[in-house]
Design a binder for this molecule. Structure first.
Ligand SMILES: NC(=O)c1ccc[n+]([C@@H]2O[C@H](COP(=O)([O-])OP(=O)(O)OC[C@H]3O[C@@H](n4cnc5c(N)ncnc54)[C@H](O)[C@@H]3O)[C@@H](O)[C@H]2O)c1
Length: 326
């Protein structure tokens, strides 16, 4: 097994999205030879990407279609694929069928290409959502998969497909499983947006923040740069077929996250309450001892990560407003 980021040609599906675009920046710093992004811009944005140096190329293609990937694999000698493409969890409330199949079709396409030796290594992004509400805490990598949404069901099926292909064909693939991420470049538009960007955006636009249910549902929020740092460090070490949790040591109630955004935005008004959403996972308390035992694991404090994040959004919203008025 020879896994090197430096000098490799790396294809990132979903590379114009939140985590994908932050990852692309880091891959450039790490000396990737060429980065090929496949993103249909469902939620991703071209301006999330660094100004394109010659070694970054974006294909606005749909990775659900095998043929849309195959011609790209014919054109380049790709070494590594990092699969970040997905449609946000909230999408599964309006289109559960495609929210499921986008997750499974893309991974099957990538696994078939790997089985046919079109590249060497697949890093597949899973999610803590595959665990569902905790059966025991903290949740380690052996926690049962008990998805609550069609999105998470598709992600769980994708993970099982990776595990199965590794067992059957001895291919080099592994599962990287982050808990909730936050940070610059996370989508803030429309109903697909997550709690931090949507709250920030609402306050910026003089709307009240919104909480679903009592807000006591908790998540483990990790700063996106920490997730990516963990990926870069674990990449050469993790065994094929294995999964690894990537999380902080804390969980935070959603209402406290909203209050933190209010503080940082200098907002002193009220918070609107809406009924709890069905299938909302109640708690996500992660066990990250596996990754800690393997790498020098660095975590940014929630305060420091949130400061950086809100600063980015303030600049981004101001730029967006400026673009619209010009
Ligand atoms: N954001 C989080 O909190 C979080 C937590 C755990 C796991 N993850 C996982 O990390 C990965 C990246 O998530 P993200 O938060 O960056 O999401 P995102 O929505 O910002 O990015 C996903 C990208 O995939 C693209 N995409 C969607 N359908 C596609 C298709 N058919 N073909 C090509 N591209 C397509 C979108 O346009 C988008 O740019 C996903 O696998 C997600 O499940 C995210």
């Amino acid at each position: 097994m020879n896994r090197n980021i430096r000098g490799s040609v790396i294809l990132v599906t979903g590379g114009a999205g939140f985590i994908g675009s932050n990852l692309v920046e880091r891959l450039v710093e790490e000396g990737a030879r060429e980065i090929i992004i496949v993103d249909n811009l469902f939620c991703g944005r071209e301006d999330n990407l660094p100004p394109h140096p010659a070694n970054i190329v974006l294909y606005k293609e749909d990775a659900e279609f095998a043929s849309s990937l195959e011609y790209i694999f014919d054109k380049y000698k790709i070494d590594i694929v990092i699969n970040c493409a997905t449609k946000a969890l909230n999408y599964s409330f309006v289109n559960p069928s495609n929210a499921f199949t986008v997750n499974t079709n893309i991974v099957i396409n990538l696994l078939e290409l790997l089985r046919k030796k079109k590249y060497e290594t697949l890093c597949h992004f899973s999610t803590s959502e595959v665990y569902g509400t905790a059966v025991y805490e903290p949740m380690d990598e052996s926690h049962p998969k008990n998805p609550m949404t069609a999105y998470a069901a598709g992600k769980a099926a994708a993970d099982i497909a990776v595990e199965t292909y590794v067992r059957m064909f001895d291919i080099d693939a592994f599962i990287f499983r982050p808990f909730n991420n936050y940070g610059p470049k996370q989508n803030y538009r429309g109903f697909l947006a997550g709690v931090i960007p949507i709250t920030t955006y609402r306050i910026f636009n003089s709307q009240k923040p919104v909480v679903y249910g009592n807000g006591n549902q908790s998540r483990d929020f990790i700063f996106v740069e920490d997730t990516i740092d963990a990926l870069i460090k674990i990449f050469p070490l993790i065994k094929r077929g294995e999964a690894i949790n990537v999380s902080t040591d804390n969980q935070i109630a959603i209402i406290d996250v909203i209050k933190k955004v209010c503080d940082l935005m200098g907002y002193k008004g009220g918070i609107d309450s809406l009924p709890a959403r069905s299938a909302d996972v109640q708690c996500h308390n992660a066990d990250n001892s596996k990754i800690k035992s393997l790498i020098d694991y660095k975590l940014t404090s929630f305060d420091a990560g949130m400061n950086k994040t809100i600063e980015w959004y303030k600049k981004e919203f101001a730029r967006d407003k400026n673009d619209k008025t010009n």
